[in-house]
Design a protein around this ligand. Sequence first.
Ligand SMILES: Cc1cc2nc3c(=O)[nH]c(=O)nc-3n(C[C@H](O)[C@H](O)[C@H](O)COP(=O)(O)OP(=O)(O)OC[C@H]3O[C@@H](n4cnc5c(N)ncnc54)[C@H](O)[C@@H]3O)c2cc1C
Length: 389
Amino acid sequence: MKGQQDIIVVGAGPAGSTAAKLLADRGYSVLVIDRSTFPRHKTCASWINRLAFERFPYLMDCLPDLVENPFYGVTFYDREIGREARYREQRPSGYLSLRSKFDAGLLRIAVVAGAESLEGCQVVDVREERDGVRVRLADGREFASRIVIGADGASSRVAVAAKLRGGWGARDYVVCANTDVPVPAARISAFYGERIPLRVFLEYDGVQGYGWVFPKRNHICIGIGALLADGRSIRPLFSRFVADLRAHEHIPPDLAQEKIYFDIDPVGGVYRTPSLVRGRVMLIGDAAGFVSGSTGEGIYPGMISAQVAAEVIHRALKSASPAPALERYNQAWRRELGDYVKRLPGGQDEGKTRGRIDMIFRVPLVSRIAGRAFLYGEPASLMTLLRAL
Ligand SMILES: Cc1cc2nc3c(=O)[nH]c(=O)nc-3n(C[C@H](O)[C@H](O)[C@H](O)COP(=O)(O)OP(=O)(O)OC[C@H]3O[C@@H](n4cnc5c(N)ncnc54)[C@H](O)[C@@H]3O)c2cc1C
């Protein structure tokens, strides 16, 4: 077994690498372990909102290494792709990337801050001991640390090994399909213009979820995510969506086929995870279910959960008994993300949500409020109304 670290982070996605960077900044010894070798693929549309870059200003110092291009606002389409509603902004609303690029950049930042990275190593078990936690890899090696952070994504091994959760239930996640089709930059700007917004197809074909077209610098990203608890299948839904996009001229008619990836997105899962801490093990990001129900957005919430966890860990390691002090995390995240991470698209009030979606296409002011709600998780309040004007 190797010498003890202060913190082991399992998973080097946006949540894990952010936690590693912030804890290394505070002087702790941090080991990040990921089963992949970076740059690696992660199925994702890779839209990162402006708030992430404001909250973590160090990202701006290496922007070209992290993202592809800015986007400006959002255009909504209804379920028949008949009506549209716009929310535009003059400055970037956020950035589009490829996760291979964004995540490799974040891991690099963590390593520059002092974290040690172990790639291509799958964690298979975590076991709590009297003064720490032991992490076992698939190749049999073991590592010890004072605290372990599970940042290993939606199908978290750490969550299960630490008995924080079993698998997700059928209504705990949306099923997604996504493809990034390579297209020359000149072709993309000729087809979509400059200062491109996100294109979001609300409740496409009546699903609880939405489809998207995100034109990036050298790719057109197409995808759909939906709660498919009724037994519908994602593959035919995605094929129909692409055919409809072509028919309505939302994508070039001769767009090539590219590999389609499928994955789950545990929307609002954090509300159905009774505790995010057990002893000296805690969960962040998708592993904890920090994904907004209304948008499926998990990068920004995952990075915020990492920041909250890092702060709680810092205080816990200064206290005489770290394990009880880590429990604070179960409350601390709510102040930061309780309003941001919505439970589910529609949730129990699905009928009400559908009525509101219809308003987006009938009342221009509502479309602007919806734009801010989508992009920044803002509530339908007077403040949002003023910002939307
Ligand atoms: C199709 C789709 C589109 C999406 N689009 C967006 C979007 O545009 N914007 C947005 O904000 N969110 C989006 N999301 C959600 C977003 O992808 C996730 O919320 C985000 O990736 C969570 O980051 P994370 O760091 O928690 O986990 P991940 O990014 O999943 O990273 C987990 C890491 O853990 C590693 N790992 C897993 N198991 C082990 C193990 N046993 N041992 C060691 N390492 C392990 C993995 O290799 C991976 O690198 C989308 C999701 C899907 C499915």
